[in-house]
Design a protein around this ligand. Structure first.
Ligand code: TYD
Ligand code: MG
Length: 464
């Protein structure tokens, strides 16, 4: 008689199951991601098969579906609402990822407090902290006017029964890696457990409906530990990022079925929990050196929001044969490329110089619109000319030194004007996109040379 299989191999990236080990996952083609886990006898129907999205079995037409005023629930925190796409959608499954100790539990507990204070029924399920620990945290966060239901449990069958009985509007599961279902023999946190736990919660969220927030820890590579499948199953994926030694935290929407992605919310970790930073540009620009070379303010977009940030560059002669290039908050290769453009097209002899480029405030820039700012910061430091503090720049730089247009020009200029900037260096072709009046002095440039000439000329003016 053939021996029954007791283990199987699961891909920790895509969650697929295989009977034998392989170096590369045949499904998602990632290397070294297969892990061995015990498997029990299969149930007749696992939760992964029935999603609970539709109660009846027959197809229905669009017209027949009743939209019973799917009012979103405000969380009482504007920054969180924006990333969620306006608020909490009933029946939504939201995954909140982030490094340990970054503030996920704090943020969600604060959200619970606001929801309870506006008479919503909320259940906070913790598999990581005891009731007294949560109470201690709640004490730091201030007033909890109404009773918040806390539940320390890791068995999903019990959690499901409690949710069905209590019928809360919002449930927090802290964290998915501690939850387990007895139907699967592997340990909590393993691929199959995490996948099944998420399927159970998905079923519950859609069938009741109840909005469920799942906390997930991230791996060293920066993805939610457990299978990638988790990200596909949920409606919204949010990442809380930041430096543990820096008080600022950025909540980033990576996927959202109810709103636009790429939105960010900015928070500050204080003694009494996370505080919203309503005006992040002001904070990012605070402490800017006056009259120093190598510093330039740029305007970048994060989702639909314009942000003003300072870029700093330091260029000095290298002490060794091999020049150093060090970059924080921006793509290293992009900076290398821009330095090559400066060297070839502008004749900037940086080949024997160390160069350091830094985005102030701990932000990570992904947008090409930062190119012109990086170039001008490098030139400003290399030639030791200070750029006036009232100047803001943006634009993409091409390989032949041309300055190319970027999106949302009006939004960027409006934000710069609001913060008191008076001059904006921008791509000439972007001027066409501009709608409405502006108080700013707009300097349209076609090439990097024109932009550099402008800062050189204005430097001379300042010295006169
Ligand atoms: P926590 O929410 O427990 O992180 P996570 O759930 O993501 O693991 O955050 C813990 C950190 O936050 C800890 O280092 C202490 C700090 N903290 C504050 O600075 N202020 C506060 O009011 C609270 C509750 C925590
Ligand atoms: Mg926590």
């Amino acid at each position: 008689m053939a021996k029954e299989k007791t283990t199987a191999f699961f891909c920790s990236e895509c969650g697929n199951e295989f009977s034998k080990w392989m170096g590369q996952c045949p499904a998602c083609k990632s290397w070294n991601t297969l892990v061995e886990e015990p498997v029990g006898p299969k149930k007749a129907k696992s939760h992964a098969q029935g999603s609970g999205l539709q109660s009846g079995k027959a197809p229905v037409t669009l017209k027949e579906i009743d939209l019973n005023a799917q009012d979103v629930i405000g969380t009482g925190m504007g920054e969180l609402d924006r990333v969620l796409g306006g608020g909490i959608v009933p029946g939504a499954l939201v995954l909140v990822g982030g490094d340990p100790g970054i503030g996920k539990s704090t943020l969600l507990l604060q959200m619970c407090r606001n929801l309870c204070n506006s008479d919503k029924k909320v259940l906070y399920v913790s598999g990581e902290e005891s009731l007294t620990q949560i109470k201690m945290r709640a004490e730091r966060l201030g007033d909890f006017k109404d009773a918040l239901s806390l539940y320390c449990e890791t068995d999903l069958a019990d959690i499901e029964a409690t949710i069905r009985k209590m019928k809360p509007e919002v449930v927090i599961i802290d964290s998915i890696q501690t939850m387990y279902t007895q139907e699967i023999t592997s340990a909590p946190g393993s691929v199959s457990q995490v996948r099944e736990a998420c399927a159970i919660l998905l079923h519950l969220a859609k069938s009741l409906p109840v909005s469920v927030f799942i906390v997930g820890h991230v791996t060293k590579e920066g993805t939610v530990a457990g299978p990638r499948v988790l990200e596909h199953m949920v409606d919204t994926v949010l990442y809380l990022e930041g430096d543990r030694y820096n008080a600022y935290r950025i909540l980033r929407g990576v996927k959202n079925r109810f709103g636009s992605t790429g939105e960010i919310g900015v928070f500050e970790m204080c003694q009494d929990g996370m505080r919203e930073v309503v005006n992040p540009s002001e904070y990012m620009l605070s402490g800017r050196p006056a009259g120093a070379s190598g510093s330039v303010s740029i305007c970048t977009m994060e989702g639909s929001r314009p942000f003003l940030i300072e870029i700093q560059a330091l260029v000095c002669r290298t002490a060794f044969g091999m020049p150093r290039r060090q970059v924080t908050g921006i793509d290293y290769n992009r900076v290398n490329l821009l330095m090559a453009v400066l060297e070839k097209r502008m004749g900037l002899k940086t080949g024997d110089c160390d160069a350091y480029v830094n985005v102030a405030g701990g932000m990570k820039l992904q947008e090409r619109a930062a190119d012109l700012g990086v170039c001008l910061a490098i030139v400003s430091c290399y030639e030791d000319i200070a750029i006036d503090e009232s100047v803001v720049v943006f634009g993409e730089v091409g390989l032949s030194g041309e300055v190319r247009s970027v999106g949302n020009v009006s939004g960027r200029i409006a934000e710069a004007g609001r913060l008191g900037f008076t001059t904006c260096i921008l791509p000439k072709s972007a001027l066409k996109q501009l709608k409405g009046e502006t108080r700013l002095n707009l300097v349209g440039v076609e090439t990097l040379t024109e932009a550099i000439q402008y800062i050189r000329k204005n430097q001379r003016k300042a010295e006169d």
